[in-house]
Unconditional design. Structure first.
Length: 87
């Protein structure tokens, strides 16, 4: 697992998307940040496995609308895995 040190904006985006999936436009309105910046952050969060698209469709204007959801990564490297015997 990779350790990631997120800045305030990335944390705000993740917190907003944990509550419910949001589009970049919704995040832009909620956080008061440019839509282009939001999209850049979402792409970065996707690369780190901290967010993913849960729904996408073509809007009325022909553009793709994507809903993003935050992901809580869980480190399971220190858990012991029990082997299940075959019957």
């Amino acid at each position: 697992m990779v350790d990631v040190d997120l800045d305030v904006t990335a944390k705000q985006i993740l917190l907003a998307t944990f509550a419910s999936p949001k589009t970049p436009a919704e995040l832009s309105r909620i956080l008061g940040i440019s839509g282009a910046i939001i999209v850049d952050y979402l792409e970065l969060l996707e690369r780190f496995g901290l967010a993913h698209v849960v729904l996408s469709y073509f809007g009325r204007d022909g553009r793709i609308v994507r809903y993003y959801e935050g992901v809580l990564p869980i480190d399971t490297s220190d858990l012991e895995v029990e082997e299940v015997a075959e019957p």
